[in-house]
Design a protein around this ligand. Structure first.
Ligand SMILES: C[S@@+](CC[C@H](N)C(=O)[O-])C[C@H]1O[C@@H](n2cnc3c(N)ncnc32)[C@H](O)[C@@H]1O
Length: 274
């Protein structure tokens, strides 16, 4: 996630146990503040190949299960599996139906058999994975030949207004880091999956003030978890500095927060080596 002083990722993403704990804590509040996540998931669904009729789908990083329920409705009769690293999210999702199975698991080591799903859908989860190549390798392993991976993620440029405002205050890492779009291009190109579509689209949200944005990030479980983040409460003077610095970005609609969203659709070749 973004820290322009360290554009490469190895070792830079938060500990997965912290990610899981943070999302588990956010399970109850997530849906009330997930407008962007809804819009992105809907846009990703629109990119699925028209003829796709999976008998088994996987919702990876399923969160509260909103898109598991959408997939269950769209592919009625198919078998759905939801995987998430956060037990709290899985509990929340399980109560509301959608997938037949809810499994705790990591996108970089999927708890599924080889060639066992026809559709792997993953919206706004894999930005939390250090090794996107491992995610793609796992997708290739669990997809049946001809199966489709559809993912959305975030890349560099996301929350840059917040990052730049903090930079002006203390130069510390306050905003999650993101991979570059070019890295998504390269890794998808090297994945052994056929690339049907890969695009980056900016979504800009507006807030009346900075606190509305930071409270929302916390309610989503997506606030700053980076190693090197400042700990403890934010002092009054630094918070004042942040609010002032962010004002330079103000637009008539409010304070902008830009999300650079990556959308990718890939297909596992029908025969090895193709
Ligand atoms: C922003 S939420 C998105 C939830 C859902 N896909 C949606 O669009 O509403 C990200 C989810 O990814 C999960 N996640 C993060 N890292 C993961 C990993 N390595 N493996 C599986 N799930 C992960 C989090 O626990 C969280 O539930």
């Amino acid at each position: 996630m973004t820290d322009l002083s360290q554009p490469t990722l190895p070792g830079a993403l938060p500990d997965k146990r912290q990610v899981a704990a943070s999302f588990s804590r956010a399970a109850a509040s997530y849906d009330s503040v997930a407008a962007l996540q809804r819009a992105v998931g809907v846009a990703l669904l629109e990119k699925l190949p028209a003829q796709l009729a999976p008998t088994r789908w996987l919702d990876l990083g399923s969160g509260t299960g909103h898109f598991s329920r959408v997939l269950a409705e769209r592919f009625a009769g198919a078998h759905g599996v939801a995987v998430d690293i956060a037990e709290g999210m899985l509990r929340h999702a399980r109560e509301q139906g959608g997938a037949q199975h809810h499994l705790a698991g990591d996108a970089e080591r999927l708890p599924l058999r080889d060639g066992s799903v026809d559709l792997l859908f993953s919206s706004l989860a894999v930005q939390w994975c250090d090794q996107f190549a491992s995610v793609l390798g796992e997708a290739r392993r669990v997809l049946r030949p001809g199966g489709v991976l559809a993912f959305s993620s975030l890349c560099v440029g996301t929350l840059d207004e917040l990052r730049a405002s903090w930079q002006a205050v203390d130069g510390r890492v306050h905003v999650n880091r993101f991979r570059r779009f070019e890295d998504y291009q390269r890794l998808c190109g090297d994945s052994g999956l056929a690339l049907l579509e890969l695009e980056r689209r900016a979504h800009v949200l507006h807030y009346p003030d900075v606190r509305s944005l930071t409270h929302e990030l916390k309610a989503l479980g997506a606030h700053n978890l980076n190693p090197g983040r400042p700990t403890g409460l934010t002092g009054r003077a630094r918070m004042h500095g942040l609010l002032q610095a962010y004002e330079q970005f103000r637009q008539p609609q409010g304070l902008p927060a830009t999300y650079q969203v990556v959308y990718g659709v890939l297909r596992k070749p029908m025969a090895q080596g193709l």
